[in-house]
Design a protein around this ligand. Structure first.
Ligand SMILES: Nc1ncnc2c1ncn2[C@@H]1O[C@H](COP(=O)(O)OP(=O)(O)O[C@H]2O[C@H](CO)[C@@H](O)[C@H](O)[C@H]2O)[C@@H](O)[C@H]1O
Length: 643
């Protein structure tokens, strides 16, 4: 494991001054507060809100109306979230509790992590984390504001599920404006008029913050000129943007500032936060907490979790760009990355680089991946993309939690994008959806012909090359095949070309189109996913919810979520929700697809069983959110990472 040098103190911060941020902010940011000392508690009053430390130096936050209430706080009252009429959290109220349930006592237990925690203590901890700790998701995308893949789905729905469970939740992402109609998605967000100055890349950058309160979550959009340009969040027709390191560095700094400077619903989130950084774009957050904020006495009790949705993307740049991050020189080791010999460009290439995801793995308090299977795969040389040793060394803080799905958006009984609604109790609408899809795509309308679908990025991960090599054989069978995706040009061209060869059987929709993705999910009989690796995979979850039977490569989250069909189990009534195949070869894909289409044609009742078991499977966020809550608790048991 990496050892990191203790960083030097970079900025002197006067504790208890009007501003807790380590970066200068514009007007109306500071707290017109005063420090107060009393018997066991040192507190900082801002209007009716009180930030404080107890005798052991632990942080707390509460809202009080009078000195009498402050006294009650000392006497052992806990705080709970106070909400305005719209349900937005506007602060914390003191509420009475029984003798043992002291907030301060609980926080002490968390911080010292001393004795074995009893079940009762754990329950109390859970309550206190909810009441005192804001969750701050940091992400490069979140649906419906902007989505290019599964990261957007997860960051659009998990925060809502956690807010519904009582947390105060903020999501911080860029305010992308690309001059297309999608800009309208940000139109409900209002300018908070807060500005933060960020020192990085050898200069100073000013970012703004827009805010929308929706579904119980504070959605915060970071505004900067570099987020306003044509293309996707990551690139345009010419490829990836050359300044992505800069853009996502800004996002991370802004996300660290947001809880300190934005009075959302009237009150800032304050220092006692749990940051949930998603993928490399947000990976600098745990590093900034440890290298810049904690040495200045800010975020001392905050914790961070890095969630790995896809380890293949790590934010690697030449070592010479280290100074761009604005980090103290002593922290280079955290980001240092040496390419293996085989990956170097020439014999004299020392392979020296900086790697943001690697730094997040080193400095975050906990690591989460999006399925249990993938959490193991990334500790192997085959699945770890060079980070397996590091991850193996931190196995005890690594947890796999399978994603849930947004059952409001993905529900065949209410989906706004599909032709007919249906449910597990009445499947008739599914056939209507199939025929409507065939009609819309100009395929022969044949309810009896197995319709196979694929949705996803056209790239190496998704195994599109395996589909490509299977199609000539598969097209000899009585099947139809539809593909929706965008990505590598060679595959887009191949899809267009295949349409002209297999006129009555193949359709390829090049592009990113959410309504069409819903129509394909509802209209197909089979969804194929020959992914080389798949951290979780959402399309198979959507497919099962829509009675579309998945045929997937047996890897990562696909293996965890698709149960192989066994017609003989349960006294002949069958079990399983689809097929998993291995190895990942054209032959094995073809053989499995033929078993699936054969079952579809010749064993109608088995097929119905497959559909219904998939539809009844619980994919809601509830299960995953419970597991995330557990990880939140664990994150507070150990002291935060400090280098
Ligand atoms: N052309 C298109 N038009 C419309 N919609 C399209 C589309 N192409 C893809 N989508 C949608 O984008 C999402 C992609 O989900 P995946 O699970 O395949 O995620 P992805 O590989 O992007 O993300 C990573 O993160 C997620 C979330 O953790 C993991 O599930 C996954 O394994 C990991 O690789 C789905 O909602 C899908 O319908």
């Amino acid at each position: 494991m990496e050892t990191l040098q203790t960083p030097s103190r970079v900025l002197n911060l006067c504790r208890g001054t009007a501003e807790t941020s380590v970066f200068k902010t514009h007007s109306r940011v500071g707290f017109p507060g005063t420090w107060q000392n009393s018997r066991n508690v040192r507190s900082f009053r801002v209007g009716r809100r009180c930030y404080g430390r107890n005798k052991n130096g632990r942080c707390f936050v509460c809202r009080s109306g009078s000195n009498a209430q402050d006294k009650k706080q000392e006497e052992g009252l806990v705080s709970s979230t106070e909400r305005d009429v719209s349900g937005s959290a506007v602060g914390f109220q003191l509420v009475p509790h029984s003798g043992n349930d002291s907030l301060l006592e609980t926080l002490e237990t968390i911080s010292t992590g001393e004795a074995e925690l009893s079940e009762e203590t754990k329950t109390r901890e859970k309550k206190s984390i909810k009441a005192t700790c804001g969750l701050v998701f940091v992400t490069s995308e979140a649906s419906p504001y902007l989505k290019t893949g599964g990261l957007g789905d997860v960051c659009g729905s998990l925060p809502i599920a956690l807010a519904a469970r009582g947390y105060r939740v903020m999501v911080v992402m860029p305010r992308y404006l690309n001059g297309s109609p999608s800009d309208k998605k940000f139109s409900n967000a209002v300018d908070t008029e807060k500005r933060s100055k960020i020192y990085c890349f050898g200069g100073v950058q000013e970012v703004g913050f827009f805010h929308e309160y929706r579904a119980g979550v504070d959605w915060v959009f970071v505004d900067h000129v570099s987020f306003r340009r044509p293309g996707t969040p990551y690139g345009d027709i010419y490829g990836a943007f050359g300044d992505n390191q800069f853009r996502f560095t800004l996002l991370c700094y802004a996300a660290c500032e947001a809880p300190l400077v934005l009075p959302l619903g009237g009150f800032t989130y304050g220092e006692n936060c749990l940051f949930i950084a998603n993928d490399w774009h947000a990976g600098l957050v745990p590093v900034l907490l440890a290298a810049k904020y904690r040495p200045c006495g800010v975020y001392k009790d905050a914790r961070s979790i890095i969630v790995i949705h896809n380890i293949a993307h790590q934010g690697v740049e030449p070592a010479s760009t280290y100074h761009n991050f604005g980090l103290p020189p002593g922290w280079y080791k955290a980001l240092e990355w040496i390419f293996p010999n085989w990956a170097r460009t020439h014999a004299l290439d020392p392979g020296e680089a900086v790697n943001v995801l690697k730094a997040a793995i080193v400095t975050a308090d906990r690591i989460v991946t999006v399925s249990e299977g993938y959490s193991w795969e990334i500790t192997t040389p085959e699945g770890g993309y060079g980070l397996h040793e590091l991850l193996s060394g931190r196995k005890w803080v690594l947890t796999g939690i399978t994603n849930g799905i947004d059952t409001n958006e993905w529900n065949p009984a209410s989906d706004i994008h599909i032709h007919s609604h249906y449910s597990v109790h009445d499947l008739s609408g599914k056939l209507q959806c199939k025929m409507a899809l065939q009609k819309e795509l100009g395929l022969p309308i044949r309810p009896d012909c197995p319709l196979i679908g694929f949705i996803g990025r056209l790239d190496y991960q998704k195994g599109v090359d395996i589909i490509l090599s299977a199609i000539p054989d598969l097209m000899q069978d009585d099947v139809q095949f539809v593909m929706l995706g965008s990505g590598e040009k060679q595959y887009e061209d191949w899809m267009r070309h295949s349409e002209s060869i297999y006129i009555d059987k193949f359709r390829g929709w090049v592009g990113f189109n959410v309504p069409i993705s819903h129509k394909i999910t509802a209209g197909c009989d089979i969804l194929v996913m020959p992914s080389r690796f798949e951290p979780c995979g959402l399309n198979q979850l959507y497919a099962m919810k829509y009675g579309t039977v998945p045929v997937v490569h047996c890897t990562g989250g696909l293996r965890d979520t698709v149960k192989n069909f066994n017609p003989y189990a349960n006294k002949g009534s069958g079990e399983g929700t689809g097929w998993t195949f291995s190895p990942l070869t054209t032959d094995s894909l073809l053989a499995t697809l033929r078993i699936a289409t054969g079952t579809y044609k010749d064993y109608k009742s088995s097929w119905e069983g497959l559909m219904k078991r998939g539809m009844e499977r619980d994919s809601s966020w509830d299960n995953a959110a419970t597991q995330y809550e557990e990880v939140f608790e664990w994150a507070f048991i150990d002291p935060p990472y400090s280098g």
